[in-house]
Design a protein around this ligand. Structure first.
Ligand code: PLP
Length: 377
């Protein structure tokens, strides 16, 4: 049996006719950049994310970058985030000229640890805390970070909050949607995200009118009116073609999310039946709406051997992420070392993402758990 990590071809077959209709409309219009389709998507994304505004941008990475630029983060500033995330989170901070400051994760959720965040802040000198401008909590794998303590720390220290919700569209924390809690929410429409375009795309959400205007201006080289530049921005525009595709897919997102959540529930049941608890650890079920961009297990031993074994059995898996950001070569100037963030380092060495995509069958899921059991027995 073959079980890919993600099966976008299966998803495409269910929406093919609708996609071909809207893409044909875009081709006939020959209107490709921003425009009415992007505006319509922005309204729908804002409503879906319970935010006042949304701005379509060129990628999740550019969503982060433009949010940081709108918050006027730059050289001399420091921005707190997690070392256990996709590179773009910290890469964007550095690209503004600011410095990322890492805080270890909570091993139970893989998200930034609020205890560590609070102790970092209370140990800072006044010069250090003066340079601190923002915090980027990441809603990793589709589960919101524990936002209340983060929002409190941010309010107490005057920090801008930028939610990296690239993996978490539709996720909730205490009834609030990802991207609606901080000053900015950053989303990605990279094809493997829960709401994937046919190429790159992203969005920034905000409840603040001033930030909304600024992100829109920065998206088009900081211009407004055209050819007059109050700010220096970039080309962070979203294509009409991608907006048309995402609008079609957005109608199905809740069904797909329900299927992902149901697959996660079934995995929990299958792993319990398989009695693998001495070797395989699965995060406890969240009371909040986890959207399972990834279903990630942590294994006690032989993660890489397990991955090869699964691959030989036709099962796609992935390691998100094998090297935490504080140990990346490009960040060596930040002077972090091995041992600084033990929970992130442990996760990097022991976790494995299993297929959890909506179109997966019961038989495929049973096969995945059966193979993991076979490997460890
Ligand atoms: C995918 C992702 C991004 C970047 O999004 P792109 O659209 O690929 O640029 C940023 N942060 C996280 C956590 C992501 O998973």
């Amino acid at each position: 049996m073959q079980v890919p990590l993600l099966d976008l071809k299966a998803q495409y077959q269910t929406i093919r006719a609708e996609i071909l209709k809207v893409t044909d409309e875009v081709f006939e219009s020959q209107y490709f950049i921003l425009g009415p389709r992007v505006e319509r998507l922005e309204k729908e994304i804002a409503a879906y994310c319970s935010s006042k505004h949304a701005v379509g941008v060129s990628s999740g990475t550019d969503a982060l970058l433009v949010a940081l630029m709108a918050a006027e983060i730059g050289p001399g500033d420091a921005v707190i985030t997690t070392p256990y995330t996709f590179f773009a989170t910290a890469g964007s901070i550095t690209r503004t000229g600011a410095r990322p400051v890492f805080v270890d994760i909570d091993p139970d959720t893989y998200n930034i640890s609020c205890e560590h965040l609070e102790s970092l802040l209370s140990a800072m000198t006044s010069a250090e805390s003066a340079s601190l401008k923002a915090v980027i909590p990441v809603h990793l794998y589709g589960q919101c970070a524990t936002m209340d303590p983060i929002l409190k720390v941010a309010a107490d220290n005057n920090l801008v909050v930028i939610e990296d919700a690239a993996q978490a569209i539709g996720a909730e924390y205490r009834g609030r949607r990802a991207g609606s809690m901080g000053d900015f929410g950053c989303f990605s429409f990279f094809p493997s995200k829960n709401l994937g375009a046919f190429g790159d795309g992203g969005a920034v959400t905000t409840n603040t009118d001033e930030f909304y205007d600024k992100v829109r201006t920065l998206r088009v080289h900081g211009s407004g009116p055209k050819y007059y530049h109050p700010l220096i921005g970039g080309n962070f525009r979203l294509d009409a073609l991608q907006a048309a595709v995402i609008c079609v897919k957005l109608k199905y997102l809740d069904d797909w999310t329900d299927a992902r959540r149901e697959n996660a529930r079934k995995y929990r049941e299958l792993f319990t039946l398989a009695r693998l608890d001495d070797v395989v650890w699965i995060p406890a079920e969240s009371q909040d709406r986890h959207v399972y961009n990834q279903f990630v297990i942590s294994v006690k031993t032989k993660r890489d051997e397990l991955r090869r074994f699964m691959n030989d059995a036709g099962i796609g898996t992935e390691v998100y992420y094998p090297l935490p950001l504080h140990l990346q070569e490009c960040f060596s100037e930040l002077n972090y070392k091995k041992g600084d963030f033990p929970a992130a380092e442990h996760a990097a060495g022991h976790t494995l993402a299993l297929p959890v995509y909506p179109e997966m069958s019961d038989d495929q899921q049973a096969y995945v758990v059966e193979k993991i059991k076979a490997f460890y027995s």
